[in-house]
Design a protein around this ligand. Structure first.
Ligand SMILES: CC(C)(COP(=O)(O)OP(=O)(O)OC[C@H]1O[C@@H](n2cnc3c(N)ncnc32)[C@H](O)[C@@H]1OP(=O)(O)O)[C@@H](O)C(=O)NCCC(=O)NCCS
Length: 378
């Protein structure tokens, strides 16, 4: 666009603010949260062609009200307004999220920056990232994690960025990765984003379930709930603890998180306050009473066609009995019965996670994007 004088207009001036928590989405100061949510929607739609994964405003507000295990800071880039004019959601042109774990991994920080597509390459991302990384360093953090989504992996023969793990390839022009590499991050890992069209053919699903049950035998029994009942919180916590150590994570400097029943309770409360529900299938080893594994779908109010395939894990001592396929097939059957309106599931798996990818590919998941896992050590 050019001005009436024929010159390109000056980019609008902007400034950075730090945003405190607000109690609800209709609070007068919640414009900042509506703005962040809109920026994320615009960025994801431009990048992936859909905004399924963009966080609704309820989730952003509720996330800030739950800081029991993670301290959270939010920085916003906001267009300048004349004196006396209050800022509004549309004035938000970028944000930086900073998450500082409180109980473990206290040397680390998650840093995530997004700039509205129509305001990129003007230095806004740099200033936001500088501000968040400075706050992380001030809090004594020395390892920063970040991530960036691309709509696809690099094709054969195309210029590509290859992670330290050697598994997966990203297009060499991926904006978020270029930005992060320029800031001293290294590309550690590539996660495949996959999509499954729903419902899965019920006969195919029944075959997967029957084959898995035949392998698992009578010693294993599945339980499915919406929300995990309280007397299973400790067992669910054991699975989450193992998720923090057993999922392939390349050279990311991330150690075990301890999940007890209270941490599970807080996690589920935060989800509920965000308008999110978990549909969970756990598998119990009947002779010992141990929980052997499990999987969850995350459903989001206001997005009835979409679900997110959350964590899936089988504990080491119970591997080799097809329990991964069993819990996934059961959860898909339950999802189709309870939520017939769901049309698609998205999930992420490390490219080197051959076992989990094998199950997903068999179920019908297809590649739909690629995520870079980035790390910077001071
Ligand atoms: C990554 C992102 C935040 C950059 O925001 P931005 O405001 O455009 O960033 P800046 O203008 O400060 O760019 C700084 C430098 O990053 C690099 N960079 C940014 N976008 C790039 C692109 N599309 N291609 C190549 N390099 C790029 C350049 O070196 C750029 O400097 P230059 O413009 O002088 O060449 C933005 O593209 C975005 O929101 N992407 C989606 C979210 C994401 O992937 N975030 C992860 C990063 S933490």
């Amino acid at each position: 666009m050019t001005s009436p004088t024929g010159h390109a207009p000056e980019p609008a001036p902007w400034h950075i603010i730090e945003v405190p928590a607000v109690p609800s989405t209709d609070h007068p100061d919640a414009w900042a949260y509506h703005g962040m949510s809109a920026v994320e929607r615009a960025a994801e739609t431009a990048n992936l062609g859909h905004d399924d994964l963009a966080r609704p405003v309820e989730q952003l507000v509720s996330g800030m009200l739950h800081q029991e295990y993670t301290r959270k800071l939010r920085f916003l880039a906001v267009l300048d307004r004349p004196d006396g004019v209050a800022p509004a959601a549309d004035d938000v042109v970028g944000f930086a999220f900073l998450a500082l774990p409180r109980t473990e991994n206290t040397h680390t920080a998650d840093v995530y920056v997004v700039v509205r597509p129509d305001h990129r390459r003007r230095g806004i991302g740099t200033v936001l990232a500088d501000r968040a990384e400075q706050a992380a360093a001030d809090a004594g953090r020395t390892t920063f994690f970040s991530w960036s989504l691309s709509p696809r992996e690099a094709a054969d023969g195309e210029d590509a960025l290859v992670p330290a793990t050697g598994a997966g390839r990203l297009p060499a022009d991926a904006a978020g990765v270029r930005f992060a590499l320029g800031r001293g991050y290294s590309l550690e890992q590539v996660e495949r984003m996959s999509r499954l069209d729903l419902p899965v053919d019920p006969d195919r699903l029944a075959t997967f379930e029957a084959e898995a049950r035949a392998q698992a035998g009578d010693d294993y029994r599945t339980h499915t709930w919406e929300g995990v009942p309280e007397d299973w919180h400790a067992a669910y916590g054991q699975l989450m603890t193992r998720m923090s150590t057993d999922v392939p994570q390349g050279a990311l400097d991330f150690g075990e998180e301890t999940w007890d029943a209270e941490r599970v309770r807080v996690y589920l409360a935060e989800r509920a306050a965000s308008g999110q529900r978990l549909l969970t299938t756990l598998v119990e080893h009947v002779p010992s009473g141990e929980v052997a594994g499990g999987t969850s779908f995350l459903l989001q109010d206001g997005k009835p066609a979409y679900v997110f395939q959350e964590e899936t894990i089988v504990l080491r001592s119970h591997r080799g009995h097809r329990l991964g396929m069993l819990v996934k097939a059961v959860n898909l059957r339950e999802l189709a019965a309870r939520y017939p309106q769901t049309e698609r599931a998205h999930t992420f798996n490390a490219e080197e996670n051959a076992h989990m990818l094998g199950i997903n590919v068999a179920l019908g998941y297809r590649p739909s994007g690629a995520e870079a896992s980035l790390q910077k050590r001071l």
